[in-house]
Write a protein that binds this ligand. Structure first.
Ligand code: PBG
Length: 329
């Protein structure tokens, strides 16, 4: 006798599929990255990332205004200072950009700001390098990161987001913010950030690729501080530590190659929201395949975002947030 099991009944039409679906993505779960670069005459497109730009102060404000009109309310800002340094960093350019955005748009938007040194250092490492050029110094880097976080929070950032992967930076930043009366400023930690090749297009956008040889620095990559792709246990240890040190939101980055990590971590540490970063290389892969006529970009983005929510994310940082109305049909 033929089985009367009919699993296809619930797939028969879009309306039936809609009512059967348990995982949905909504625009309010998305956060849009923004790049602001000091000294740019005109905004510049980023290779492989259609619709994403390196902005200047003026174009940044117009872009945010356009994004608000498209329904985006959450942003993460990356500031790229005009002058690279070895030490003696100042964070005024990014702080001013934050203040301008907040002055103009106030509480209409939620503004997170990435905290790292890789766009500020002449060698492109995420921290201060020791005199032999072979090691990123933890405590000195954490001191600079705390100064950056304080400057951004004082300028009006709603959230600071350290992405450097030094030890102890979450606790230190939280203490510095609280001591300055900024206890309402959120802290989102890039807690499970892997040493990934998928950051390629971003490093062009943020002018932050490691440049071995500069100033006798021999470090070629970020593998001595970002997590090895084969070490789930390290991602767990970093996330547990950051939670203990006071992070409000934890993150897995990149997204698609680390869905298992997102699933396991969000199940295990389930008292805080989890963000996932669909990084530049993931976004560019979809865009490039689309330009080759191989896939439909909107449907592919929608599928990836659904996977992130299914795996346990509350928040998706994606370069496609500003196209959500079109993508989430
Ligand atoms: C800075 C930082 C990086 C990204 C976010 N913050 C790059 C890196 O670690 O090299 C990557 C974002 C992306 O690829 O979209 N440390």
């Amino acid at each position: 006798m033929a089985s009367n099991l009919n699993l296809r009944r619930l797939r028969q039409s879009s309306l039936v599929r809609e009512l059967a679906r348990e995982t949905r993505v909504s625009a309010e779960q998305l956060m849009q990255p923004l790049f602001t670069v000091q000294g740019l005459k005109q905004r510049e497109p980023i290779p492989g990332m259609s619709g994403v730009y390196r902005e200047n102060s003026a174009s940044l404000l117009s872009q945010v205004e356009a994004d608000l009109e498209s329904g985006v309310k959450k942003f993460i800002l990356f500031g790229v200072p005009g002058q690279k340094k070895t030490r003696g960093f100042d964070f005024n350019y990014t702080a001013n950009e934050i203040a301008e955005i907040k002055k103009r748009f106030g509480k209409d938007l939620f503004l997170a700001v990435d905290v790292c040194l890789c766009s500020s250092t002449d060698h492109g490492q995420c921290g201060v390098v020791d005199p032999s050029g072979t090691r990123v110094l933890n405590s000195e880097t954490v001191e600079w990161l705390s100064k950056a976080a304080l400057a951004y929070a004082q300028a009006g950032a709603d959230c600071v987001a350290p992405s450097d992967m030094m030890d102890g930076r979450v606790g230190e930043i939280r203490a510095v913010l609280d001591a300055a009366g900024l206890e309402q400023t959120l802290l989102m930690s890039y807690s499970a950030k892997f040493d990934s090749r998928f950051y390629g297009p971003f490093r062009v956008a943020a002018d932050s690729a490691p440049k071995a040889g500069q100033d006798q620095v021999t470090l070629k990559d970020r593998s001595t501080y970002q997590i090895d792709p084969g070490r789930y246990g390290d991602a767990l240890a970093c996330s547990e530590r950051d939670l203990r040190e006071g992070a409000d939101i934890l993150m897995v980055k990149p997204g698609m190659p680390y869905l298992d990590v997102l699933y396991r971590l969000s199940q295990k540490l389930n008292t805080v929201p989890w963000a996932v970063y669909e990084v530049s290389g993931e976004y560019a892969a979809v865009e490039v395949m689309t330009q080759q006529g191989l896939i439909n970009a909107d449907a592919a983005h929608r599928e990836a975002w659904t996977a992130f929510i299914r795996a346990g994310a509350s928040l998706i940082i994606t370069y496609g947030a500003r196209y959500a109305k079109r993508i989430l049909v």
